[in-house]
Design a protein around this ligand. Structure first.
Ligand code: AMP
Length: 251
């Protein structure tokens, strides 16, 4: 597995691989079975798989959240080797944001609702870094999880709006046995919070309305950011302690 630490090294790796088809999986690391499912899917569809691990500072609207985001790099690299990844891109913020974040991608509708209404600047950071990463890696296909459904929709729309030559492949949410959507932030839950956390999925699935789901979550001890129905799905974000969890289900 090649470790690529600069934009130049990615470009060289890509041109040496030509004309093989490459699948790209962007992540922020602290990898779990949800990420590895994207890697597996990318391996099935492509000749080569490239993963990026980059804790993107511009998408964190909370400095403390960025500071404590888990970064178990050696373990991540072992998991990717075992998963058969061909290359991993580990960029530096100074190279990705050599422009000092003077340029950014703004979207004016979807990015303002649901999580976007609660996390100002978040989707600008996400879209900007995804555009940069797609431009650097030039994959045939890029893989994104439905766990972050709003993000997936925004990326699909950006790819269409800017005529980017890549196919976005959506992948279903991978869950723990008790239903909790896998997330790097689950590592930050206390044992007590971890026990309550699966209720988020359970309540979204079984409540007769978004309002009832919100009330049930609050009763269980969640601090609810929102529960909303949209696109035939039910979306929620809620805190346990200071850990923010998100999930969505088809209605
Ligand atoms: P992250 O490292 O959290 O930025 O996630 C990187 C990619 O993995 C995104 O496309 C996420 O939607 C996807 N992902 C994260 N968790 C899951 C999950 N539990 N199931 C499926 N995809 C996921």
């Amino acid at each position: 597995m090649r470790i690529l630490e600069s934009v130049r090294s990615v470009r060289e790796w890509r041109s040496a691989k030509n004309p093989r088809e490459t699948g790209f999986v962007p992540t922020m690391g602290a990898l779990h079975a949800g990420h590895l499912n994207l890697v597996e899917r990318a391996r099935r569809d492509n000749d080569a798989v490239l993963i990026s691990i980059f804790v993107n500072p511009t998408q964190f609207n909370d400095a403390e959240d960025l500071r404590r985001y888990p970064r178990p790099l050696e373990k991540d690299l072992d998991l990717l080797r075992a998963a058969g990844a061909d290359a991993v891109f580990l960029p530096q913020p100074s190279e990705i944001y050599a422009d000092g974040f003077r340029f950014e991608v703004h979207e004016k509708e979807l990015s303002r609702i649901l999580c976007g209404a609660k996390r100002p600047g978040h989707f600008e950071g996400v879209l900007t870094v995804v555009l940069k990463l797609l431009q650097i890696t030039r994959p045939e296909r890029a893989y994104f999880g439905e766990k972050d459904f709003q993000q997936l929709r925004l990326i699909q729309d950006m790819v269409n709006a800017f005529f980017l030559d890549v196919t976005v492949v959506p992948c279903p949410t991978v869950r723990e046995e008790d239903g909790l959507a896998m997330s790097s932030r689950n590592l930050l839950l206390s044992p007590g919070e971890r026990k309550i956390a699966p209720l988020l999925y359970e309540v979204l699935r079984t409540s007769s309305s978004a309002a009832k789901a919100k009330a049930r979550l609050e009763e269980a001890g969640f601090r609810v950011d929102y529960v909303e129905d949209k696109w035939g799905r039910r979306f929620a974000a809620a805190f346990l302690g200071d850990v923010r969890l998100i999930d969505n289900v088809e209605l």
